[in-house]
Ligand binder design. Sequence first.
Ligand code: UDP
Ligand code: MG
Length: 323
Amino acid sequence: MSGVPKKEVSHMKEDPFISIIIPVLNEEEAIPHFVEVVEGILEKSSCRFELLFVNDGSTDSTSDVLHQMEMSDHQIRIIEFTRNFGKEAAVTAGLEHAEGDAVIPMDVDLQDPPELILQFIEKWKEGNDVVYGKRVRRHAEGWLRRVTAGLFYGSFNLLSPFNFPSNVGDYRLMDRSVVEVIKLLPEKSRFMKGLFAWAGFHAVEIPYHRPSRSKGKSKWNYWKLWNFALDGILNFSTIPLRIWTYVGGIIALGSFCYGLVIIGQKLFFGNAVPGYPSLMTCLLFLGGIQLLSLGIIGEYIARIFNEVKNRPLYVIKKKREDN
Ligand code: UDP
Ligand code: MG
């Protein structure tokens, strides 16, 4: 790709600077524990670090908790959105404002085990551009969530032109050079895992067990997850849009052959043409297919509409006056 910045060998530095990006939405309970655990672990490494919290429009006391902690801890930085713009926007804001030689987005609920950070850094220092955590067992989640996740990864890999590792979330370490490439991508509907995979680079995986949430509740429900999966697939594949040419072609060919059969039956055997049930079935089947394909075209047009409007992905609140 042209315009890609030259790769700096940032991991050759003696005391590299690591940015941890943490999107938070109503996480007042989880933040203090998270900071304590993660700082404890990062202090074991020889790296300098920042904890860059992106407050994604929380309505509880998340903002106060963060500002209180920021006052006594210079490693904490805060970006505050004016409302909830979604986790993907929050991670994007984090990537745009992080200053580290390497960047790690992670959830605040400790479902991304912080012990892994040290292994991430080690692998990065060995020269890997991306080190990602791969969930080996999703036992903390229900079977429905596991099955739907499996279906999603399967269809994504079938439909998209590049490979996407399954059971891999946003939790990963990315070298500065990778972050710079992600920052160049202008699209508004952001499916971060897909963008990370699109960027390529040399990646290694570290398997881990994903525990349940430490505090609070998950912000996802099945409707949100469905839309997230749709975004993932439709943003990275045009196959759902193009497949209808072939489906239409096959149905047209099939009905032509069926027509020949009916004419043959009438001419040679004098059979009456089977009427109402077959007519109704064909009508409903074709009607259904037409609506489905129209719906899919609609999904793409909605995405084009979003891109064309070109609104900013998020709005940042003015910084609080220190008192
Ligand atoms: N989150 C966010 N904005 C949202 C939803 C979630 O910033 O609109 C944050 C949330 O505070 C947490 C992370 O994204 O730090 C992951 O969310 P959650 O644990 O609810 O997701 P799950 O682990 O269930 O996929
Ligand atoms: Mg979680």
